[in-house]
Design a protein around this ligand. Structure first.
Ligand SMILES: Cc1cc2nc3c(=O)[nH]c(=O)nc-3n(C[C@H](O)[C@H](O)[C@H](O)COP(=O)(O)OP(=O)(O)OC[C@H]3O[C@@H](n4cnc5c(N)ncnc54)[C@H](O)[C@@H]3O)c2cc1C
Length: 511
């Protein structure tokens, strides 16, 4: 395991700030762990972790039987709590780290968050207790040689959530004899049987243990070995490496305004590629600010995507976005590889289930490839996915074709992967300042349209008619977009966009 002292020379600023922050060493380990993703992705052969019952070692002792086993306890915690508390299913939830503790902080609107109360999972009081700050308004702004177009958006990502508080409340809903929560427990492999699935884990003390359930829920995030196996080594088509901090002592901050997407400079050329760096800044309280730096990218680009290296860039560039004052203090780093998938067809083309296995959250990679709101996607789809899963469990229907219908796939969200491709700067074909210039055009168009267009776009709630109007208005005001689209997406990419569109057009209204 890498230690902080080992990065003292190579990542000077990261070393300095992490050394001053609580649990800096532990955060570094998590970053290094996530960076392993780049080594495992795109390989022809993947490690097999899903086996049939024939491969189950003889005479294993089953430690416990459950309706559902959840591997991974970030979004897994929310789903598991709903299945346990609302549908009274018995649940085992385990995580290789501490359950219900995460290295992200979420933003969402109150209206969206209330879905957790509407389905009877959390009380409004519990929800309120997780909101650390509400800001008055937020904006999107991209760098420009002319005065940039600032688009203000109301009720978009305007509540900062302490993710651990939401998860703790969910964990409390699972208290009871029927359920079990295990930390420091690592998924190894699973065995599909006729009457259930056996999951092999390594426990805290290094022992192999076996648990059985009707269905296993894979909520292991971007590192899910099951997603890797089911999708032949390519579980994502695009990603968004993201790093940032929750910090106090930043200057130039208005604690009542959220900065939803902001760029301050043209694309950055590096030794291997080029990328358009984008900032986000959300007040986390009246004294603390969350700032993120990220870029959109193809999974197979030459860009350096290491989170550790991006952290060094973040600390180098932070003063160009928000200046750290004399009392700057890093309270917690936040980071992740946010996954995206382009569905090349009229519907969901990614594998998100197998017999007795269902993927959710980042393991399923069905949240918006443009806004990356994985928590938002979970909240928005929780009522539907838990109800459908409950019905399947009660009816004993747990095959791949049964389970894959239970998903957070939304046609209006999936189509955004076509727009996301415009956010990935391509060194060989894009003119300088391409992303910024295009985004300024789109912000101008959104500014001229009624506010609901911008709001629904950034909340992943866009209606088909509004999407059509948006695209047609951009095309009218900026005819060059046809040439750009063709250059960026090519024939197959353009056709794929049309397929996504047709899929949305023909999708059933009620799922
Ligand atoms: C910096 C950042 C900010 C974000 N902000 C927002 C936001 O404002 N709003 C929003 O809606 N979304 C946001 N997102 C997206 C959101 O955080 C993710 O979509 C969400 O956390 C995904 O949760 P998950 O449970 O699927 O995966 P993860 O959060 O990655 O959790 C996976 C869990 O599985 C465990 N695990 C992995 N492998 C194993 C194994 N072999 N055995 C046992 N356990 C294992 C891990 O320890 C981890 O706890 C943000 C993401 C990042 C990175």
């Amino acid at each position: 395991m890498m230690t902080l002292s080992e990065i003292k020379q190579s990542h000077r600023l990261t070393y300095q700030y992490f050394s001053e922050c609580q649990h800096g060493e532990r955060w570094l380990q998590r970053i290094v762990e996530l960076d392993q993703y780049w080594e495992q992705i795109g390989k022809r052969s993947t490690t097999q972790v899903v086996f049939s019952s024939d491969a189950l070692p003889k005479n294993v002792r089953i430690n416990g039987h459950f309706d559902l086993i959840y591997a991974g306890s970030t979004l897994g915690t929310i789903h598991a709590a709903a299945m346990a508390a609302i549908y009274k299913k018995s649940v085992l939830l385990f995580d290789k780290h501490t359950p219900a503790k995460t290295h992200r902080d979420w933003n969402i609107s109150k209206q969206e968050l209330l879905a957790l109360a509407q389905i009877g999972l959390l009380t409004e009081k519990e929800i309120e207790s997780a909101i650390t700050k509400k800001y008055q308004t937020g904006f999107v702004e991209f760098a420009s040689t002319e005065p940039p177009t600032r688009l203000y958006l109301e009720h978009v990502l305007d509540c900062a959530i302490d993710s651990d508080t939401i998860l703790r409340h969910c964990l409390e809903k699972m208290e009871g004899e029927k359920n079990l929560v295990l930390g420091k427990t690592t998924f190894n492999r699973c065995f599909q049987c006729d009457d259930g699935i056996v999951v092999e884990v390594t426990s805290d003390d290094g022992r192999l243990e076996y648990y059985k359930a009707k269905v296993m829920m894979d909520a292991m995030g971007i590192l899910s070995p099951i997603a890797l196996e089911l999708n032949n080594g390519k579980p994502q088509t695009h990603i968004c490496p993201t790093v940032g901090t929750v910090a106090s002592g930043l200057l130039d901050v208005d604690y009542d305004i959220g900065e939803i997407l902001v760029s301050t400079e043209p694309e950055e050329y590096t030794a291997t590629g080029a990328r358009q760096l984008i900032w986000e800044g959300f007040p986390a309280s009246n004294t603390e600010m969350i700032t993120y730096l990220f870029f959109y990218d193809r999974i197979d680009s030459n860009n350096d995507k290491s989170l550790l290296n991006l952290f060094e860039t973040y600390f180098q560039k932070l003063p160009t976005y928000k200046r750290p004052g004399a009392d700057f203090k890093l309270h917690k780093p936040v980071f992740g590889i946010i996954p995206a998938y382009h569905h090349n067809g009229m519907g969901k083309t990614r594998e998100t289930a197998a017999d007795r296995i269902l993927l959710l959250g980042d393991a399923a990679t069905l949240s918006s490839p443009l806004t990356f709101c994985g928590f938002g996607s979970m909240v928005r789809n929780l009522a539907r996915t838990t109800k459908q899963l409950n019905t399947l469990l009660d009816e004993g229907r747990c095959t791949k074709s049964d389970l894959e219908r239970v998903s957070a796939y939304e046609e209006n969200v999936a189509i955004m992967s076509n727009l996301m491709k415009f956010m990935c700067f391509e060194k060989d074909s894009d003119p300088p300042n391409f992303v910024n210039d295009l985004m300024n055009v789109i912000m101008k168009v959104l500014k001229d349209l009624p506010p609901r267009y911008g709001v629904s776009l950034f909340r992943d709630e866009m209606a088909l008619s509004d999407f059509n109007t948006l695209i047609l208005t951009v095309a009218k005001k900026y005819p060059k977009i046809f040439e750009i689209t063709f250059r960026k997406l090519g024939v197959s990419g353009s056709l794929s966009w049309i397929q996504n569109w047709l899929g949305w057009l023909t999708a059933p209204k009620e799922k």
